[in-house]
Design a protein around this ligand. Structure first.
Ligand SMILES: Cc1ncc(COP(=O)(O)O)c(C=O)c1O
Length: 420
C-alpha cells in the first residue's frame, strides 16, 4: 500500500505530453472490465468446466454457496439470489408487504430501476429531494413530507391526504457507493410505521456508523431488507445479469425465495403467483469467486478516490465528493461537481478520457413520469445535481498514472478557464 504522506503527485505532464499520450491511444476508459476478469480467468474457467460437468445451471450448490457467502459479507442472516437488481428490489418490496395502490417514497436522482420496481409492484413512487453534499436522501425533507402530506387513519395506516393512498415504505438509495444517512430515516420510519427497503445496488461493502448499535454496519443490513445489483459494472459484478435480496427476517427471505421461483414452496407446489427471477448458477459461481477479491478491489477504489481528492481538492470551480461523517463509501462512482460540467466533459473526451453522467435527467422530469406532473423546480437539489455532476473514471484496475492524467487535464482546463 502506498504511503499517502510521502506521495508526491507528478503534475508536470506538459500539454505536448498530454496530446502525445492521447494520440498514442492512451485513452482512460471510464471502467476497464476486462482487467479484473484476466486476473480471475483460470478460476472462472475451472468453475465453468465444473458447471458443464454437473449441469446444475439453475439452483444447486453454487447458488447456495454464493448466498451464504454474500449474507456473511453483508452481515445479514439471509441472502436470496435474484435475476438482477430490479427483480431483487421488486421482490424485497412485495416480500416486505408493499401492496398495489401503496405509495413508496424515494429520491429523484437514481437509476430508473428504483422506481420501476416500485411501479411493478402496483405501487406509486413519490419523491423527496436529496442533500447537496452527498446526493443522498435528505432526512429533513422526508420528515417534512411525512409531516405535511400524511396522517394516520382510524386503522392506524399512514395515508397521503391528497392522494388518499397508504404510504407504505421508503427506499433510500446508497448512491455512488455512499450510504444514505440511515439513522434519521430509520427513526422517521419507526415513528410513521414505514418499511425501509435499502437500494444498495451501488454499495457492496459500504459501511454506516450506527450510534444506536455503537458500531459500523454494512449497507444492506440497516433496513427491513435490501436489494443489490450485480450488473457487470458494479463493484461486485457478474458476467451477465444478477442480483440479490438480503435481510435478517426469515419470513421475508422465505417469501422472496418463492417469489423469484414462480411462487413455489417446492417443485410444482405454488403458494402464490411468482416470477421467473432466479440467480443462475454460473453467475453465482462467478460472483462467489469475485466476492473474495471485493475487499481488496474496494480498497483500491478508496485509494484512487483519495488520490483524486488530493489532486483536485484545490481546483477552482471543481467540487470533490463529500464523505459524510459516519460513512465509509465504496466509490462505485467518483463524482465531481462543476458549473462548467459540459465543457469540461467535452475537453476530457477530446483528450481520450471517458466520463459518465449519473444521472442527466432526474426521474421526475423523465418523459415516462411527466403524467405525475412534477414541474421543473420540484426537487431543486436533484435538478442541480443533474446539470453539475460528472463521473470520472473509476475502478480497481485504474492506474494512479491515469488518475494523475485526468486530474492534470481538469486542473489545466479549470485554471485556464478555456479549452486548451
Ligand atoms: C441505484 C440502482 N438501483 C437499481 C438498479 C437495478 O439493477 P439491475 O440493473 O441489476 O436490474 C441499479 C443498477 O444499475 C442501480 O444503480
Amino acid at each position: 500500500m502506498s504511503d499517502k504522506r510521502h506521495y508526491e503527485p507528478d503534475l508536470s505532464t506538459s500539454r505536448e505530453e498530454e496530446t502525445a499520450l492521447a494520440s498514442l491511444g492512451q485513452k482512460v476508459p471510464f471502467l476497464d472490465l476486462s482487467a479484473s476478469h484476466l486476473e480471475l480467468e483460470e478460476e472462472l474457467v475451472a468453475m465453468f468446466r465444473r458447471a458443464l460437468k454437473t449441469a446444475d445451471f439453475i439452483g444447486g450448490s453454487m447458488v447456495d454457496g454464493f448466498e451464504k457467502d454474500f449474507a456473511a459479507f453483508c452481515e445479514t442472516n439471509y441472502c436470496v439470489g435474484a435475476g438482477n437488481g430490479t427483480d431483487a428490489l421488486r421482490f424485497a418490496l412485495i416480500g416486505a408487504g408493499v401492496s398495489p395502490g401503496d405509495i413508496v417514497v424515494t429520491v429523484p436522482n437514481t437509476f430508473i430501476a428504483t422506481t420501476e420496481a416500485i411501479s411493478q409492484v402496483g405501487a406509486t413512487p413519490d419523491f423527496v429531494d436529496v442533500l447537496e453534499a452527498t446526493s443522498n436522501m435528505d432526512p429533513e425533507k422526508l420528515g417534512e413530507y411525512l409531516e405535511a402530506c400524511c396522517s394516520f387513519d382510524k386503522s392506524g395506516a399512514l395515508i397521503h391526504r391528497q392522494k388518499g393512498r397508504r404510504v407504505a415504505a421508503v427506499v433510500p438509495v446508497h448512491l455512488y457507493g455512499q450510504p444514505a444517512d440511515m439513522e434519521p430515516i430509520l427513526s422517521l420510519a419507526q415513528k410513521y410505521g414505514l418499511l425501509v427497503i435499502e437500494d444498495a445496488c451501488q454499495a457492496h461493502g459500504a459501511q454506516y456508523f450506527s450510534t444506536r448499535e455503537n458500531g459500523w454496519k454494512k449497507a444492506g443490513s440497516l433496513g427491513k431488507a435490501a436489494a443489490f445489483s450485480f450488473y457487470p459494472g458494479k463493484n461486485l459484478g457478474a458476467c451477465g445479469e444478477a442480483g440479490a435480496v438480503v435481510t435478517n427476517d426469515a419470513d421475508l427471505a422465505a417469501r422472496v425465495a418463492m417469489l423469484r421461483n414462480h411462487g413455489q414452496s417446492r417443485k410444482y407446489h405454488h403458494e402464490m403467483e411468482g416470477y421467473n427471477g432466479r440467480l443462475d448458477a454460473i453467475q453465482a459461481g462467478i460472483l462467489r469467486a469475485k466476492l473474495k477479491r471485493l475487499p481488496a478491489w474496494n480498497q483500491q477504489r478508496s485509494e484512487l478516490a483519495a488520490l483524486y481528492g488530493e489532486l483536485l481538492g484545490e481546483t477552482p470551480g471543481v467540487r470533490v465528493p463529500f464523505v459524510a461523517p459516519g460513512t465509509r463509501p465504496v466509490w462505485h462512482l467518483y463524482v465531481i461537481g462543476s458549473t462548467r460540467r459540459d465543457a469540461l466533459r467535452r475537453h476530457l473526451e477530446d483528450n481520450g478520457v471517458e466520463t459518465g453522467l449519473h444521472y442527466p435527467v432526474p426521474l421526475h422530469r423523465q418523459n415516462c413520469y411527466l403524467p405525475m406532473q412534477f414541474g421543473a423546480g420540484s426537487f431543486p437539489v436533484a435538478e442541480k445535481a443533474a446539470s453539475h455532476l460528472l463521473s470520472l473514471p473509476m475502478g480497481p484496475s485504474l492506474a494512479r498514472r491515469q488518475v494523475e492524467r485526468v486530474c492534470s487535464l481538469i486542473r489545466r482546463f479549470m485554471e485556464n478557464g478555456r479549452s486548451l
